[in-house]
Design a protein around this ligand. Structure first.
Ligand code: NAD
Length: 329
């Protein structure tokens, strides 16, 4: 194991950061968290540092006494911001990590956006060797560029980088916000846009609820791979200080892909709602291999689709309020 005590984390107020920070504190790391636009309540032991990734002087101040970086911050689909925030911001951190010479690990948040999720055919499980092929858009483009910079810093300077490629991360009642037809209709595909028949359109006109089941034109349910937030946190915790993770990328996703047919039936039964089929002709089945993360990191994801749905139902039943999210999924 690498001796890591002091960690600089970006994006601590974001979806993954909020779940990760308490675990880092519990594990005894000394944390410096970058605070940008969102104020959140951090544990007293977290040192909060205000700043902007776009500031060229930020990295030098932030990293001077740090052993590791966990870089989660970025902006999503934003043509005006993505180059400065995601690309230059990541570059400043990588370059200072190289320059300072004392950094033991740089953990970069990657994404399965880099392989184009369901936009392209993947006739076999996607593994870490598959070349980048971002789906259209600036967010996926920036995930590829961030990773490319990381890869080059490993090759050119032997920077100790670990890239963790998360699938679509599910927390709170995200899965129900995705599967059910009423607002907030979280994630893509957007069911309303797939409504072609009168019966389907009625749901949206009458604001009636139902559970969506995505099917291919041939009628078979679509297959997709997502990840529960606690499994994401597990993947990150297992990577910190792990010598075998240096210079490597890992797919961090759920224990198995799910079928929209199984998910819709399961959620519909619990919520007492009808299942509504939506045919999507541009959706390609998506499944990842997690063999590498299992064998090298000891990653053991526990949240399959039924557990993710159960947790989302419990979240709603407890009357909790959904955190606004910027990531459409
Ligand atoms: N959420 C997902 O489903 C998902 C899936 C795959 C990969 N990822 C990746 O994981 C990482 C974290 O994702 P998330 O969903 O927690 O993000 P989020 O959108 O919830 O949070 C983004 C964070 O970035 C910070 N930020 C934005 N602009 C900044 C700037 N200029 N300077 C400093 N900080 C800034 C925000 O304050 C916030 O803390 C990202 O790199 C994302 O691409 C997320």
């Amino acid at each position: 194991m690498l001796r890591i005590k002091n960690i600089f984390i970006t994006g601590g107020s974001g979806k993954i950061g909020r779940a990760l920070l308490p675990e880092l504190v519990k594990a005894g790391y000394r944390i410096r968290a970058l605070e940008f636009d969102e104020k959140v309540k951090y544990s007293k032991s977290v040192e909060v540092m205000s700043g902007d990734l776009r500031d060229v002087r930020l990295a030098e101040k932030a990293l001077q006494d740090m052993d590791a970086v966990i870089h989660l911050a970025n902006c999503k689909e934003n043509r005006e911001l993505f180059l400065d925030t995601n690309i230059k911001g990541t570059f400043y951190l990588l370059d200072e990590s190289k320059k300072c010479g004392h950094l033991k690990q740089f953990i970069q948040a990657g994404s399965d956006a880099r392989v184009g999720i369901f936009y392209y055919p993947h006739p076999f499980p996607i593994d870490e060797t598959m070349p980048h092929q971002a789906y259209p858009g600036y967010y996926a483009f920036s995930k590829v560029l961030e990773e490319t910079m990381c890869e080059q810093y490993v090759i050119q300077y032997k920077l100790p980088v670990t890239v963790l490629r998360f699938s679509w991360v599910h927390d709170e009642d995200d899965i129900l916000a995705h599967l059910t037809l009423k607002v907030p209709n979280f994630g893509v595909p957007v069911w309303k846009e797939l409504a072609k028949t009168q019966k389907q359109k009625e749901y949206f006109r009458k604001k009636a609820d139902g559970v969506a089941c995505l099917v291919h034109p041939g009628g078979q349910p679509g297959i997709r791979h997502i990840v529960g937030i606690k499994d994401v946190v597990q993947g990150i915790m297992l990577s910190i200080g792990n010598q075998a993770a240096i210079g490597q990328a890992f797919s961090i996703t759920g224990p198995a892909p799910f079928s929209y047919g199984v998910a819709a039936e399961y959620a519909a039964k619990i919520l007492h709602l009808p299942v509504v089929l939506f045919t999507c002709d541009y959706f390609h089945d998506l499944a990842h291999s997690i063999v590498k993360a299992r064998s090298i990191l000891g990653y053991n994801p526990l949240y399959d689709i039924t557990r993710i749905i159960d947790d989302a139902v419990a979240f709603r039943q407890a009357g909790k309020k959904r955190t606004p999210t910027k990531y459409i999924g």
